[in-house]
Design a protein around this ligand. Structure first.
Ligand code: ATP
Ligand code: FE
Length: 363
């Protein structure tokens, strides 16, 4: 089937067409991405150091049709060639989500197509199936602008949360530190670039909870430590040099990297030793915007190799928000028997509350 996916939960307006094979056991990856259009809003929020919800919602409303038309054109198909529409129904900024849902409803109603409301996090979570066609179970580290979770994907659309950040998400920490150091938004890529020329051993930033058993992490103390280190430099020298900035970025990124790798490693060891994930089914996948970070990817890949897990990381453009992941997730649900229905836009929607369609969970 060919699926149109629409995403507008944060600051990217995105639409994509994905062709998905449906087998007896469900959707079979990898999927074929026919087109993927992402219209960013960097310029709109640049002066604010973060996303302004009202500005984002208005921009989505203005650009959604454009994104869908571009995705159809790029794929060389009209709505007649589409079998299913998927749209992000949450979690996210409610104005943007509502704009996307209204746009999708219009298209689906007009063209007589079924419409499925997708949990944005499920889009991220199932991306390794779209890109690599991996089977379940797999361990997933979901690290993004708003989330940080270690999740066991027991089967498509069936999730068990093992642990995660007890406070900030890593992407949020990257963004705040970038803002603090006068770098642009979004902060992740900027901090990563600065870190390349920095000395990660110069500042010994804390790695909260790293020694503690369990799979929880914390990033707010780390953020505060970076802030304090910068203030100390300013107090002594009246400002920070280019080298100081690079060292702060490198030392921060190293702490985030170590923390994520250590907890993910612990989760892999746990799943392997409990027999929950037998040899041959030991897979680690990473998803979400922060998964685009090469230092973090590298550390996770090494940890996977050490523990005998295969490693799956989507290409950078499919780590951050996009329409293809929403199309894929809708196809997975369609393959499991979901046929759509009334869509409720939800600002908050934990992934493990996304009931698998087979269980008839009221969505
Ligand atoms: P969520 O998916 O939790 O609702 P979101 O959709 O805003 O949040 P994503 O688009 O998945 O988040 O990811 C955006 C985040 O990823 C931003 O915080 C950004 O700074 C971060 N990010 C992007 N690229 C990198 C990178 N190379 N290194 C670190 N962080 C990055
Ligand atoms: Fe996201």
């Amino acid at each position: 089937i060919t699926v149109l996916g629409i995403e507008s939960s944060c600051d990217d307006t995105a639409a994509a067409l994905v062709r998905v094979r449906i087998g007896s056991g469900g959707a079979r990856g990898p999927g074929e991405i026919l087109s993927s259009v992402v219209i960013g809003q960097e310029g709109l929020h640049a002066g604010f150091g973060g996303v302004v919800p009202e500005i984002a919602a208005r921009a989505h409303a203005e650009r959604l049709d454009l994104a869908v038309e571009a995705a159809l054109a790029e794929a060389g198909c009209g709505l007649g060639g589409v079998d299913l529409v998927g749209v992000t129904a949450g979690p996210g900024l409610i104005g943007g989500v509502l704009s996307g849902v209204m746009c999708a409803k219009g298209i689906a109603f007009g063209a007589g197509l079924p419409l499925i409301g997708v949990n944005h996090l499920e889009g991220h979570a199932l991306t390794p199936r779209l890109t690599d066609g991996i089977g379940a179970p797999y361990l997933l580290l979901l690290v993004s602008g708003g989330h940080c979770q270690l999740i066991e994907v027991a089967a498509p659309c069936r999730y068990k949360r093992l642990g995660g950040s007890i406070d900030d998400a890593p992407g949020e920490a990257f963004d705040k530190i970038a803002k603090l150091l006068g770098l642009g938004y979004p902060g992740g890529p900027e901090v990563e670039r600065e870190a390349l020329s920095g000395d990660e051993t110069r500042f010994a930033f804390p790695r909260p909870l790293i020694e503690r058993t369990g799979f929880d992490m914390s990033f707010s103390g780390l953020k505060t430590a970076v802030l304090r280190a910068r203030d100390d430099l300013v107090a002594v020298a009246g400002g920070i040099t280019v080298a100081d900035r690079a060292d702060l970025c490198a030392s921060f990124q190293a702490a985030a990297r170590d923390l994520l790798a250590a907890k993910t490693r612990a989760a892999m060891v746990n799943l392997a030793s409990g027999g929950a994930h037998p040899v041959g089914a030991r897979r680690l996948a990473v998803a979400g915007g922060v998964a685009a970070n090469r230092a973090i990817r590298g550390a996770l890949e090494a940890a996977a190799a050490e523990t005998g897990f295969s490693f799956h990381a989507p290409p950078l453009a499919l780590c951050t928000d996009n329409g293809a992941m929403i199309a894929w997730a809708a196809a997975e649900r369609w393959a499991l028997g979901e046929r759509g229905g009334e869509i409720t836009a939800r600002p908050r929607w934990p992934l493990d509350e996304s009931a698998p369609p087979m269980l008839g969970g009221g969505r």
